[in-house]
Design a protein around this ligand. Structure first.
Ligand code: HEC
Length: 114
């Protein structure tokens, strides 16, 4: 049963092709004022416990947003964080793809150490 639920969620996240729009994502991020916690350019969080987002892979950001939206409904997949769960409830799947595209487009200072 759990496996079936996970499979359904993974398949639905592959879903129908949606051309993500970073411009639409930017509008959503500004409207929701994500920067009030994640900081200017989503790259300067107001507290060290808040993650930097700028430049993160869009696939990862989308996956994280979905996990907050799913929350307790599927503990195998969902992320239970009261703050972020309340942020994402109104977003559609397409919205989350758009936000992810915008976040990925931002200049960030993540580094890959070699
Ligand atoms: C009130 C503060 C606050 C606001 C506003 C906020 N966030 Fe967050 N965000 C957090 C915190 C705290 C975490 C870490 C939660 C955890 O531990 O899972 C987080 C985590 C995230 C993550 C996961 C990052 C990772 O590396 O796994 C993403 C993506 C994210 N936020 C996107 C957004 C977006 C997009 C918005 C606006 C729609 C937003 N956040 C608004 C506080 C906030």
């Amino acid at each position: 049963m759990k496996f079936a639920l996970i499979t359904v969620i993974l398949l639905s996240s592959v879903g129908v092709a949606h051309a993500a729009s970073a411009d639409k994502g930017q509008a959503l991020v500004e409207k929701a004022n994500c920067a009030s916690c994640h900081g200017a350019g989503l790259n300067a969080p107001i507290l060290p416990a808040y993650p930097k987002l700028a430049g993160q892979y869009s696939d990862y950001v989308y996956y994280a947003l979905r996990a907050y939206k799913v929350g307790n409904a599927n503990p195998q997949f969902g992320r239970n964080n009261a703050v972020m769960s309340s942020q994402v409830q109104t977003f559609s799947d397409a919205d989350m793809h758009d936000i992810a595209a915008y976040v990925a487009s931002l200049p960030g200072n993540f580094v890959v150490k070699k």
